[in-house]
Structures are given as C-alpha cells and as structure tokens.
Design a protein around this ligand. Structure first.
Ligand SMILES: C[S@@+](CC[C@H](N)C(=O)[O-])C[C@H]1O[C@@H](n2cnc3c(N)ncnc32)[C@H](O)[C@@H]1O
Length: 515
C-alpha cells in the first residue's frame, strides 16, 4: 500500500487506519483483553488514557490528534487532568526516540525485546521523571501502579526497577551519556537530543540550506518542532470578524489577516466553530491559501472567473479560497481523491455555500483534471500530499512513521499533480504549489523539474503575494527569504513549515465553454 495514502488518507472518522494495520501480525498486547472503556473506571484515569492513546497510535496506526480528544471525552477527563494527559501523551510521543535511548541504557536486554505495551508504560514513566514537573516518587509509584493494573504484578516490579535507574540522573546528565558526541556525529547527536529520526535531522538541515538559511539554525528548528503549537483560529471570510471572536475570548492573530489566537484549551465547543464560521487552522496554511486568493490579484492575466483546489480534503484552504471567490465574482471547484475526505470538505464549506459562495466539490483523481478541463481556471491551488515534515508540532507521531522511501513515492505524485494543475490553468492563470514539508525533494526540486520540462510556465515571486495575507502591522518585518518561492519555518514565523511557490502559465490553449 502507498505509505502516503495509508498515513494521510486511509483513516476512518476516529483516526484509525481503514484497512491493514501496522500492529497486525506484530506482538499483541498481552496484558488485558479489554479496552479501557470496558474496564473499571478509576478516579484519576489520566495515565490510563495516555497509555491507551499510545496503544492506539502504535497498534492501529491512529492519528494522535484525533485519538486524544475522543479518549478524553469517553473517559470524561477534563480541566487540569486533561491538560496533564495531553502533555504526557503528546510529550511521550515526541520524546519517544530520546526516551528509548535512555531506557535502552536502563534495561538489560534490547528494548526491541521488551513487550511493546510495557515499553509504552516505561516511556510514560520516564517522560514524567525527565520532562515533566511530576514529583519523582509520584511519577514512579503511579507508573508502577499503571503497570500492575494494565500488565500484571511481574511487570510492576520490572517497571519499578527500570524507573529507579532512570530517576538516578537528570535529562541533561542522561543526554550527555547516551547521545553521540556532537563534534563527531552531529546528526546522531541532534537525533537523540531533539528526538527526531536521524534521516529527518539530515533532511531538515539540507532543507534549511536549500531554502537559503543557515544549517546552524537546526537546533532552533528541531526545538520549535518539539514545542506544542499555540492554537490559531481562522475566520471564514464573510461569516465572522475579529470583534466577534474577541467577544468569545480570542485575541488577534500573529500574521494572517484572517487569524485569531485562542488562549488555551479546545475551542471546539465555541458556537462559532460549531456553526462553521470559525475553525482551527495554522497561520502558515492560511498564508498559503491567501497568497493565491488575495496576493495573486495583480498576477493573474486571465479572465478571473473559475478557481480550482486540486487536493482539497479536509477543506481548510478550500474554505478560505471559497470565501474569497465572492469579491472576485468567481466560482470554485474543490477536487479530492478520497470520498470520505470530500465529505469533510463538504462539511467545511457548508456555511459558506449557504452564504452564497459558489463552491462545488468532486471526488476525482486530481492528476486527470488537467486533461479533462484544460486551460479553464484562472487560479489553481495544488496543496499536494506530502511527508508532513513541516507539521511535526501538531503530528508528534508522524516523524516515527515516515521513511526516506516515502519521499520518493510522494515526489512522483507531487510532480503529476503539479503537471495536471498547470494543464488546468488558463493562459495567464496562476498555480500555487504548496506543501507542509520543507524537504527539498518535495519543494524546490519538484518546481525546478517542472520548469525545466515545460516551456509554458514562468515562476513568480511569491513573497509579495504571501505578504498580502500578512497583517499590515507585520508586513515590513516578516522575513520571507530570498525568493522566488517562500518557505515558512516554525522557529522563524511560528507557523508550520509551509512551502509556497507561484507559477503562471503562458501560452495555454484558450478553451471556449469548457464546463
Ligand atoms: C495536504 S492534503 C490537502 C489539505 C487541504 N488543502 C486543506 O487545507 O485542508 C492533500 C490531500 O490530497 C489528497 N490527494 C491525494 N492524492 C490525490 C489525487 N491524486 N488527487 C486529488 N487529491 C489527492 C489527499 O487525500 C489529501 O486530502
């Protein structure tokens, strides 16, 4: 199965893989036949919820960000307990590589030989001891109790012995012992210290250099990828405004003209979110959509009547584009390969459609749209499936799932989608090629290859177009690099590492009456 599809697309509404499972055929959990929801509820189930979340991510390949809210709801964990569980669960996933290096030094057999469920318990215990402000005796005794309840008495004494060894040193002391020497093996050192796979560290260093920044920024970048992102909201164009959001407790966004900042917690209960007038969306994603919907106004040289979103699910950028078609008197076609994701797009844009925006959705393979509707669209967004290496803040488990082989499969699909997007563009139409990965093979190399291959495409300077979506007060100060494409970074812009390249088609055949 295509890894990209499995990881990004092949899931049900609960975030579980639809078919096939990484856990299938692997070691089964041997400690309890029942799921937490079937077991006796405990007074403070925070750690049980975190453990069950780790199991679902490991065995069922679930997305952490979909699993956790569901578990918190079904276990009725809220307030400070929910905050504790969230930090423990996400933190243990992010720190997994570093924790395993430390645990490996405390266990007298390879960690790979320890039952996976027990490794999950050990990770939770070690994370509390080394990364959280939990009192050491509480961290150890609670984790031992968790092991006893979930695995058995023998497991409890094993966990007790291992965590006592872990607790003998602080995190810096452990890193000094288990991380390779920085001078001799920089990538290996950073991989342990910042808990990223070694190949990802290398790819990100290459990405920094390839996008005109310094490799020296790698520590800052990796640290930013490990920080929990603040919650940013997007206002659907025409459906709300900042004053209304401020009345609901939000603050002004940092960069995007459509952003608002949510102080803390889950904004999902807010009426504006439930009505589809506001949603959670990273400001980098907002800027990518706005670069095309607002910033390309002076770049489009075609009749500006038809817009296309070629990879639309779940519809976050579709909604920004769709809401802004109104001011341009245009319509928007949103294409998505996976039917269940087309349904998500439909839900996302429903309030905009009710407000009169002409948005049509369609389940189709985007690589064929250029052949089917050639030369029709004045603006095309192609937000391609990618490795997601720029969004690790919000997908803590993704770094452990991806492999270098994924990049090869993905970059072939990315090229095919970009070719189709360009074929669908009218003469003078603008295509925005977007990824949430800074990997050079998914960004600059894709664009460079397509530019080499086609004589009907010119690359535009995306910086001014991106700037058009930035709040006026920040415009002068925002560093958008050397151009012509824009690469955003968590450690520089506080956004996901979105890549945005604008291409204009010239000399496309004019198509009359294509529908
Ligand atoms: C990066 S996501 C798009 C995110 C979306 N633009 C948003 O802002 O919510 C890429 C999407 O492309 C879809 N996709 C993958 N292959 C595709 C194809 N051949 N044609 C159309 N869509 C495809 C995936 O299912 C996924 O929903």
């Amino acid at each position: 199965m295509n890894n990209q599809r499995r990881d990004r697309d092949g899931r049900d509404a609960k975030g579980r893989e639809r078919s096939g499972s990484r856990g299938r055929g692997g070691p089964r959990r041997g400690y309890s036949a029942s799921r937490p929801s079937e077991r006796e509820r405990r007074a403070t189930p925070s750690r049980q919820v975190a453990l069950e979340g780790l199991r679902l991510v490991r065995e069922e390949d679930s997305y952490a960000n979909l699993v956790l809210p569901r578990l918190l709801r079904s276990w009725r964990v809220s307030g400070r307990d929910a905050a504790f569980t969230t930090e423990l669960f996400y933190g243990s996933l992010r720190a997994q590589g570093r924790l395993d290096a430390i645990l490996g030094a405390c266990v007298n057999r390879p960690l790979a030989d320890v039952e996976p469920a027990l490794v999950d318990v050990l990770r939770l215990g070690a994370y509390q001891l080394l990364d959280m402000t939990v009192a050491p005796h509480a961290a150890t005794s609670e984790t031992v109790a968790l092991a006893r309840a979930e695995v058995g008495a023998g497991a409890a004494s094993f966990v007790n012995a291992v965590l006592r060894r872990v607790g003998e040193r602080t995190l810096p002391e452990w890193l000094a012992e288990v991380a390779p020497d920085r001078e001799q093996d920089l990538a290996g050192h950073l991989a342990v210290v910042h808990s990223h796979p070694r190949w990802v560290v290398r790819a990100l260093m290459d990405a920094l250099a390839g996008h005109g920044r310094s490799r020296e920024e790698i520590d800052e970048l990796l640290a930013a990828q490990n920080a929990a992102p603040s919650v940013s909201l997007v206002m659907r164009p025409g459906l709300t405004d900042l004053d209304e959001l401020i009345d609901h407790g939000a603050g002004q966004g940092r960069l995007s003209v459509f952003a608002a900042a949510w102080p803390s917690g889950d904004p999902g209960g807010m009426d504006l979110v439930q009505q589809g007038r506001v949603a959670v969306q990273d400001e980098g994603s907002q800027l990518a959509a706005l670069a095309l919907a607002l910033g390309a106004d002076d770049l489009v040289r075609a009749e500006d009547a038809h817009w296309l979103d070629l990879c639309a699910g779940p519809g976050g950028k579709t909604a920004l584009l769709g809401g802004l078609t109104v001011g341009h008197d245009a319509d928007l076609l949103a294409v998505e390969l996976q039917e269940h994701r087309t349904e998500l797009v439909e839900r996302t844009v429903a309030a905009l459609q009710e407000a009169g925006c002409e948005i049509t959705t369609r389940t189709a393979d985007g690589t064929t749209i250029g052949g089917e509707l050639p030369g029709r669209f004045s603006r095309v967004l192609v937000d391609v499936p990618c490795s997601g290496l720029g969004a690790l803040r919000r997908r803590p488990e993704a770094r452990w799932r991806r492999t270098p082989a994924d990049i090869g499969h993905l970059s072939t699909l990315q090229r095919d989608l970009l070719r189709s997007a360009l074929d669908a563009a009218a003469d003078g139409g603008v295509v925005a090629y977007v990824t949430c990965s800074p990997h050079i093979a998914e960004t600059r190399l894709v664009v460079a290859d397509i530019l080499k291959e086609r004589g009907d495409v010119e690359q535009l300077d995306a910086r001014e177009a991106v700037r058009a979506g930035v709040l006026p007060a920040q415009r002068a100060g925002v560093d958008l690099g050397e151009g012509p494409s824009v690469q955003l970074w968590p450690h520089v812009h506080g956004t996901d590492a979105m890549y945005i390249s604008l291409l204009r088609r010239q000399g496309a055949p004019t198509v009359e009456g294509t529908a």
